[in-house]
Design a protein around this ligand. Structure first.
Ligand code: TPP
Ligand code: MG
Length: 270
């Protein structure tokens, strides 16, 4: 069977349908590099929205970064935000439209650098939104410069000899910080490099979206990702590099799964 000819169709095996393109994933050719994690996560977001039946009430907030054209790929309402400002834009949209479900989709340069204040305050306020955070340890779109999440020793366009702590400071585990904030209820770190991790990531995205729909405060899904072009590696080598270097520093798993903090714990003592 020539599976290349079936990319836009369902793949049927032994009469059982095992693969179907989500209707919400539009039939536009993605601009992502081969091997990029963004396309996989887009698909999962489309699948989850479709399965939850929330296409009409969902508003995504697009970032500046490689996923700037997300609105071309998933058939929901979108609002573009300037670099780093997605959580502030999402706050406004969700407060004005409490019946809508709002999520942001952000890269690590977007979320952990220029937008660090926005994400921390949105999560601290417990905005009823979900956040998808693609951590590829680099500024992918602009040519592979160092991001706050770049590992020590990692070679980037602006750290040609590797990130050095004296010159460049420490890598920022922003997801660990976010898990400390009282307004978050679910904070998790996932990946999409194997079929098992893709399934787990989808479960996490679904839970985050359900939490936001249930007004449980902010839910946050980091996806440890590759940028094989920026890292200057083949897709296969990039996955291996991620497993060997990123996972020990950014371990995959839930950091928090519960409820927003009890306000009584944050009130003045009478
Ligand atoms: C206010 C502002 N500052 C800087 C830029 C340039 N810029 C565009 S994308 C980007 C970084 C994107 O990196 P990231 O958020 O990690 O997304 P990725 O491309 O890696 O998915 C930067 C710095 C900009 N567009 N606007
Ligand atoms: Mg990035």
């Amino acid at each position: 069977m020539d599976t290349n000819k079936l990319t836009q169709q369902d793949i049927i095996r032994q009469g059982e349908q095992v693969y179907k393109r989500p209707k919400l994933l539009l039939d536009n050719t993605m601009h992502y590099c081969p091997g990029c994690s963004h396309g996989v996560v887009h698909r999962l977001v489309a699948e989850v929205i479709e399965e939850l039946g929330i296409q009409e009430k969902t508003i995504g907030v697009c970032p500046v970064g490689c996923s700037v054209f997300a609105y071309n790929y998933i058939d929901i309402d979108w609002q573009e935000a300037s670099h780093g400002r997605a959580p502030a834009v999402a706050t406004g949209i969700s407060r004005v439209n409490p019946d809508k479900f709002v999520f942001t989709y952000q890269g690590d340069g977007d979320l952990a650098s220029i937008g660090a204040a926005e994400i921390m305050h949105a999560c601290n306020r417990g905005e009823n939104i979900a956040v998808i955070f693609i951590n590829n340890a680099i500024y992918g779109m602009t040519g592979g410069q160092m991001a706050p999440t770049t590992l020590l020793g990692q070679v980037t366009a602006t750290t040609p000899k590797g990130r050095n702590v004296e010159r460049n400071g420490y890598p920022l585990k922003i997801t660990e910080l976010i898990a400390q904030l009282p307004g978050t209820s679910y904070v998790t770190r996932q990946s999409v490099e194997t079929s098992v991790s893709v399934r787990k990531c989808k479960t996490a995205i679904k839970k985050a979206f359900k939490n936001a729909l249930a007004k449980k405060g902010t839910s946050f899904v980091e996806v440890v990702s590759t940028c094989n072009s920026g890292w200057k590696m083949s897709p296969v080598k990039a996955n291996k590099w991620m497993e060997e270097n990123m996972f020990p520093f950014y371990p995959v798993g839930d950091l928090k799964d519960g409820d927003k903090a009890d306000p009584a714990l944050y009130s003045k003592k009478n």
